[in-house]
Design a protein around this ligand. Structure first.
Ligand code: CUA
Length: 318
């Protein structure tokens, strides 16, 4: 796979850290910088003390090596700094992990699967409104409460520019808030080793202006009616429908990502490949060559005309 195409598909992969774009990642970034720079400061002082111990003259050593240095450098300084960092870290954690609802916030459920993301947009009562996979559309300036679950093993949800990082643990629901302050595309990545293609479990958040978001939402809530076609028939006959759902058709499999709007997604294979026709066709015929170990079987036996028809059908599902 060509690195340039990969970079284009991902718009900024690897996800930049320490470059916050919202109120839930800014404080994390501040703390990270304080730890990093403070750590370097302490390292510099320790190296200086070591240098003095090795090369310093007797007068200098006597002046710096008394009991006072031990009390200040070895006791007072660590106690004060570590206590301050502990208080900072704990208050930040409790603020970021507060789960009391905020007026007007959006609710989404994201479930980690081996090795992709199931996404459900919820209404106020927690009912699923829109189903999608591998990407999340949000309006700017509005907090989004993400309910994190796992269908199999432990994954970890992380969009570094929009919020903190949170594990997705089977059997429980963790909550993480994110928010984007400017429209754009924000890359994410599974941050907990979850088996073979863990490194290829990417994610994309698309932040829209409020008006664009309303348009996007209207497009997704309108009932889908894909026209009859050869590709649609083959999709249902050749086994694809056993694992994938296409809204408005007989395909209602739940094992793999929902494909009702596959053509409008930014990427294929969970954030790792550009969503263009050649890649789509290669993915259908042999996804194992593109994302080794993923759970979709290869369909190398598909005759060329059938592969073309299914690719056309997928490409029409906007
Ligand atoms: Cu999912 Cu690592």
């Amino acid at each position: 796979m060509n690195a340039d195409r990969l970079a284009r598909a991902l718009s900024g992969w690897p996800p930049p850290v320490l470059d916050p774009a919202g109120p839930y990642s800014e404080p994390v970034t501040r703390l990270a910088w304080a730890l990093l720079l403070g750590g370097f400061g302490v390292l510099a002082v320790v190296i200086a003390a070591l240098a003095i111990a090795i090369w310093g003259g007797p007068a200098l050593k006597r002046r710096l090596g008394g009991d006072r240095a031990i009390w200040i450098g070895g006791f007072a300084f660590p106690v004060i700094v570590l206590t301050a960092l502990l208080i900072w870290g704990l208050t930040l954690t409790s603020r970021l992990s507060a789960t009391d609802p905020i007026a007007g916030e959006m609710r989404v459920q994201v479930t980690g699967e081996m090795w992709w993301w199931r996404v459900a947009y919820l209404d106020e009562s927690g009912r699923e409104r829109i189903r999608d996979a591998n990407e999340l559309h949000i309006p700017v300036g509005r907090p989004v409460m993400i309910e994190l679950a796992s269908a199999d093993v432990v994954h970890s949800f992380w969009i570094p520019r929009l919020g903190g990082k949170m594990d997705m643990i089977p059997g429980r629901t963790n909550r993480l808030r994110i928010q984007a302050d400017a429209p754009g595309v924000y890359a994410g990545q599974c941050a907990e080793y979850c088996g073979g293609p863990h490194a290829l479990m990417g994610f994309v958040v698309i932040a829209h202006t409020p008006a664009d978001f309303v348009r996007w939402q209207a497009g997704r809530t309108a009932p889908a009616r894909p026209p009859e076609s050869a590709g649609r028939r083959l999709f249902e006959q050749r086994g694809c429908a056993a694992c994938h759902t296409v809204g408005g058709t007989a395909a209602n499999g739940l094992a793999g990502p929902d494909l009702s709007h596959i053509a409008s997604r930014r990427s294929l294979g969970a954030g790792i490949l550009p969503n263009d026709r050649p890649t789509l066709s290669r993915w259908i015929a042999d996804s194992q060559a593109l994302k080794p170990g993923n759970r979709m079987p290869a369909y190398r036996q598909l005759p060329a005309d059938e592969l073309r028809a299914i690719t056309d059908y997928m490409g029409s599902l906007k």
